[in-house]
Design a protein around this ligand. Sequence first.
Ligand code: ZN
Ligand code: ZN
Length: 238
Amino acid sequence: MSGRYVRRALAKFVNTLFAPGLCLACGCELSGTGALCECCSQRLALVPNPCRYCGQPNPVAGSVCPPCLLNPPRWQRLIAPLQYRGLTRDYLQQFKYSEALHLVRPLAGRCFESFHRFESRPEVLLPVPLHRRRLLERGFNQAEEIAIQWSRESAIPLDRRALTRLQSTPSQAGLSAVQREKNVRGVFSFDNRRGYHHVAIVDDIVTTGSTVGEITRVLHRGGVEFVEVWALARAYRE
Ligand SMILES: [Zn+2]
Ligand SMILES: [Zn+2]
């Protein structure tokens, strides 16, 4: 047990410093350049047949699920390839609450193919901002870390300034969809001096979509026509 523990700890250390070598999750030797072996990478499960609007599995043929046909969201496309459970959930929690920044690369890398399926690409990536006070407390913005990775992989630029958070909001955890919506209303401001038309908001997890919904409202008001939401993971509808 302790040998395995040491090997895993070593794998993390090696990965953080030098990237290649051992699999982050199981400690086995890697043949490729990724941070996870093929087997562990498959444990980061993808959402099957996702709806283009909500990112949840679509039970019918076509790109839009029945609830979204009846009641489409504000944004024009949502891509959140991973199911928020199992290894993905463990990694996302470690990443967010234990500053395990080295986990961004395997998570973001696993998702990346999902963004290539579409012809039109956003002009810019806009990470969901943290309030300055929150950023000082935490030391990093998880959405920005993900956006940095995707920006590198896609060569789509990242803009940290266009979107700002005016107020610090209490945590959304444990709130109902209606409470969440109220919680984020009027919290964001958008400066479209660069004249963006097609953007992607970047976040870690989409739960009820209230935060990205509010940001989409602000972006549309600022003149953006096509808003995409790019996140690592989708929490399923109850
Ligand atoms: Zn592995
Ligand atoms: Zn849907």
